[in-house]
Design a protein around this ligand. Structure first.
Ligand code: TYM
Length: 383
């Protein structure tokens, strides 16, 4: 299965963005137009900042760039009706740091808006779409990946992780009601299913839709839901939003992020090409080696690089700073200027980023170990 690719201007492949494949040169404005979402405006950013007290770097830097009904969620919040958050992971292997981009942002929203979070682990989805998987493979990854979720730092008192297969009883009634309102022709048009698609994956969108109504279904009152995720998950939300009024629920709101590029040429990131991703379980040494081997678009010789400079906008090393590892906007600007002028050489920059990534991994892996002790508290109590 293909992974997420970046948005490198030198990539001429046609853009494909579905929940299972992201490839080609990503044109985010085109996605907003084609998916029918809204760009995040300055006014919305100010409203978030007013409530949160600070603007997360993923908002400041336009990494979260698009939304549906975010203004409505804020209207509700301002009128005293709090929203809950819903996000998730398809456990098909170890977690890479791209997956953590929306999770880190979700934690910010949870902290600042004091919001409850449902986190869905779709071990069913990944079993259905991976021809080589047995159910125990994706379920195994679900428990492993849940350690990364806990290590992200969500509030254990306000967070519940839904393990789809284990918690089928929790979701099934709701999924049935959703499924009854969605035709094959809708999911065919939305997801590209065809005669050869297995019937499990044709039903599955109802399972991914269910947590968007779960809080309302469990409490018996309508609760607004906000879903932070990269924009590849949007087809699920289109179906979910169509069904919502038919079942008497609020349409869930979304806030969409861009994709952290991989380390390969053209920003290619694919879990099946491990050298293009930093996994959260990589040893610091392995991560350093991957960064060292990354494509940067740098010139073949030092003197050429010094003379013509680099281009941060085709360089994953720069994007890793931009998305995750350099919080200080001034320092980020300096990196970009020094790269362009040829003062900062690619090798030097790779080593500097590797230090930050290694520090992050060491800390994250400690938290992952500790997560083993509390994971159970975040799971639903089901027989
Ligand atoms: P999955 O496992 O493909 O991805 C998990 C989350 O990571 C986002 N993502 C990325 N974000 C930034 N940069 C990247 N390179 C990158 N790659 C992936 C995805 O958009 C997602 O937010 N079907 C889902 C699981 C799911 C879910 C949800 C996700 C169930 N319910 C609700 C989000 C919200 C999946 O397979 O995600």
């Amino acid at each position: 299965m293909a992974g997420r690719m970046g948005f490198m201007p030198n990539n001429e492949e046609e853009m494909v963005v579905t929940p299972w494949t992201v490839s080609g040169k990503i044109d985010y404005s085109r996605l907003v137009a084609e998916f029918g979402t809204q760009p995040i405006t300055e006014e919305l950013l100010k409203r978030i900042e007013k409530h949160a007290g600070e603007m997360h770097l993923q908002l400041r830097r336009g990494i979260f760039f698009s939304h549906r009904d975010l203004d409505w969620i804020l209207d509700m919040y301002e009128s005293g009706l709090k929203f809950y958050l819903y996000t998730g992971r398809g456990p098909s292997g170890p977690v890479h740091i791209g997956h953590m981009v929306p999770w880190i942002f979700t934690k910010y929203l949870q902290d600042k808006f004091d919001a409850k979070l449902y986190f869905q682990m779709t071990d069913d989805e990944k079993f259905l779409v991976n021809p080589d998987f047995e159910l125990k493979d994706s379920t195994g990854f679900a428990y492993d990946n849940a350690l990364d979720v806990v290590a992200t730092g969500f509030d254990p008192k306000k967070t519940k992780i839904i393990m789809d297969v284990k918690d089928s009883g929790l979701l099934y009634k709701l999924a049935l009601q959703i499924a009854k309102k969605v035709t094959f022709s809708t999911v065919k048009a939305t997801f590209g299913f065809n005669e050869s698609s297995n019937i499990g994956i044709i039903f599955f969108p109802a399972i991914q839709a269910a947590p968007a109504f779960l809080e309302s279904a469990l409490t018996g009152v309508n609760v607004p839901c906000l879903i932070p995720a990269a924009i590849d998950q949007d087809p699920y939300w289109r179906v979910t939003r169509d069904v919502a009024p038919k079942l008497g629920y609020f349409k869930p709101a979304q806030i969409h992020s861009k994709f952290l590029p991989g380390l390969g040429k053209g920003g290619k990131m694919s879990a099946s090409l491990p050298e293009t991703c930093i996994f959260t379980v990589d040893t610091p040494e392995v991560a350093e080696q991957k960064l060292w081997n990354a494509f940067t678009g740098g010139k073949p010789t030092v003197s050429e690089q010094r003379r013509s400079g680099g281009d941060p906008f085709i360089c994953p090393i720069y994007y890793y700073e931009y998305y995750l590892f350099e919080e200080d906007d001034e320092k980020l600007k300096e990196i970009s200027i020094r790269c362009r002028s040829g003062e900062l050489l690619c090798g030097e920059h790779k080593l500097a980023l590797a230090e930050k990534v290694k520090k992050f991994l060491k800390e994250h892996q400690k938290k992952r170990e500790k997560a083993k002790d509390i994971l159970n508290d975040l799971l639903f109590d089901n027989p």
